[in-house]
Design a protein around this ligand. Structure first.
Ligand code: NAD
Length: 450
């Protein structure tokens, strides 16, 4: 009876029992003395009574401890951004802001994130994935070769392309590969993706295409690059810009080194591309300095290979297509202007080395072998049709006279140099051009025509 009366009294303590300071329910259970007049407890007194506050604090401390211990060391999503920001904050506190330009702070922040990909706890039965990589312009000529290499390496690749100059056929062989996705999207509009690296190639590259809608070209270079830099910042991804030798304009220095600032016409018909790429480089460096973003800049020189657009006005594709169709090879001006030609697999190798390396750049990526247009025409004649005629036409506006990369920096810092000379690379693209130009015609019958 006494027990039940005690229990009853204890339960009702907020209304009937003695205040805790009086000994609480135990005291009340032992006595049948008349209760003191009812005195309501104030909220503060209630909180202080029976060590409630102490219990509350102990509870909060245990919860915090459990939360801290349970938080995973590797993670994705929003945490990745926090990690990067935390790394940057630590570096800033250590007074390392001056090292930003060399990319040290940004690299440390990025690398802090990477183990999250490589070392995160993966639930049993799930395979660990490679890097998640976006390739904008991945359905184009260079982009599609890059996608091939990244997938072969085991990465997950998302191609973002509006198919202006790109073709689905360039990446069709990856359809069904679970590591491959293609999103038809214009980079001028923002996009949200969770990725570790962004190769930003989206931009029409040949004069025919970039002059077709110059305002769109510069928008792609400026707004498109801004959008992809914004994405890289948001998710803490490393960003690589494919710039161009056109940033040197009609160069007054030969060969061109990366420290040369160029000689560019800001109001010419090529300016939408040249100045667009220069602005893209500026934006990239500003994000690097201002937002500690991990960036890389490649200045690509003339590149050729399978999957190039046919009839896009670029000299190699022009000559090859003309020779195959038995048309005269059109040489603009006197044909003595020089260009260097790099095979696409060499370029892709350089881009990947740059992305994985620790230097921001810019780096010239090109083949220093220099050819006049007439010499190139000769190689095409030797490879496809010795009887192909050459036809001279007036030169186009702002066509640079000389273009040859100095690649000492890439050799020294990236350990990269091109391996495939023109006379070896050219035959590798001829078959692809034959197939696309002559459609169903069998390659050997075309070869027989020659
Ligand atoms: N090939 C070269 O010789 C060369 C030389 C210098 C620089 N580059 C640069 O390399 C990159 C790739 O060049 P490429 O030769 O493969 O050209 P490409 O035209 O074959 O590829 C460009 C790709 O970008 C896509 N694209 C264009 N505008 C877009 C937009 N607004 N949104 C989404 N996608 C868009 C196109 O559809 C295409 O698939 C370009 O940035 C170019 O400036 C190339």
């Amino acid at each position: 009876m006494a027990g039940s009366s005690s229990e009853l009294i204890y339960r009702g303590n907020s209304h009937d029992a003695q205040p805790a300071s009086d000994g609480g329910g135990v005291m009340a259970a032992g006595h049948s003395a008349p209760k003191p007049p009812h005195k309501p407890l104030g909220p503060l007194r209630y909180l202080l009574a029976e060590q409630r506050l102490v219990f509350a604090f102990v509870g909060m401390a245990i919860a915090s401890l459990v939360f801290l211990l349970a938080a995973p060391s590797g993670h994705g999503g929003g945490h990745e951004v926090m990690d990067g920001a935390a790394g940057v904050a630590r570096l800033a506190a250590a007074g390392l802001a001056a090292r930003q330009y060399s990319g040290v702070a940004a690299r440390m922040a990025y690398e802090q994130r990477l183990p999250a990909v490589a070392g995160a706890r993966v639930p049993l039965g799930l395979k660990r994935k490679g890097l998640r990589v976006v390739v904008t312009g991945g359905a184009g000529f260079v982009g599609s070769h890059l996608v091939d290499r990244l997938l072969a390496r085991g990465d997950s690749v998302i191609v973002v392309d509006n198919l202006f100059t790109g073709r689905k056929e360039n990446v069709l062989h990856h359809a069904g590969n679970p590591n491959f996705e293609m999103i038809r999207h214009d980079v001028v509009e923002p996009i949200l993706l969770e990725v570790d690296q962004i190769y930003h190639l989206a931009c029409p590259a040949s004069p025919v295409h970039y002059k077709h809608n110059p305002v769109k070209t510069i928008k792609t270079n400026v707004v498109g690059t801004l959008n992809m830099l914004g994405l890289a910042k948001r998710v803490g991804a490393r960003f690589l810009l494919t710039s161009t030798s056109e940033v040197y304009g009609d160069p007054l220095q030969h060969p061109q080194v990366e420290t040369y600032w160029g000689n560019v016409n800001p109001i010419g018909v090529r300016s939408c591309y040249d100045e667009g790429k220069r602005t893209a480089e500026t934006l990239t460096m500003d994000y690097h300095r201002g937002a500690n973003l991990e960036v890389r800049i490649a200045r690509i020189f003339n590149t050729y290979g399978p999957r190039m657009c046919i009839d896009d006005g670029r000299v190699v594709s022009n000559f090859v297509a003309q020779a195959l169709r038995k048309e005269p090879l059109t040489v603009y001006g006197d044909g003595k202007q020089t260009r260097s030609f790099q095979y696409v697999s060499d370029l892709v190798e350089g881009l990947m080395k740059l992305m994985e390396g620790e230097h921001v750049g810019p780096f010239n990526l090109g083949n220093p072998g220099e050819f006049t247009m007439l010499e190139l025409a000769k190689v095409v004649q030797d490879t496809i049709d010795p009887n192909a005629r050459i036809e001279f036409r007036p030169n186009t506006a702002d066509d640079p006279h000389k273009r040859k990369p100095d690649i000492s920096r890439a050799k020294e810092l990236l350990g990269w140099e091109p391996k495939i000379p023109l006379h070896k690379g050219l035959p590798l693209m001829v078959q692809d051009f034959r197939d696309r130009i002559f459609g169903d015609r069998k390659p050997h019958s075309v070869a027989g025509d020659n």
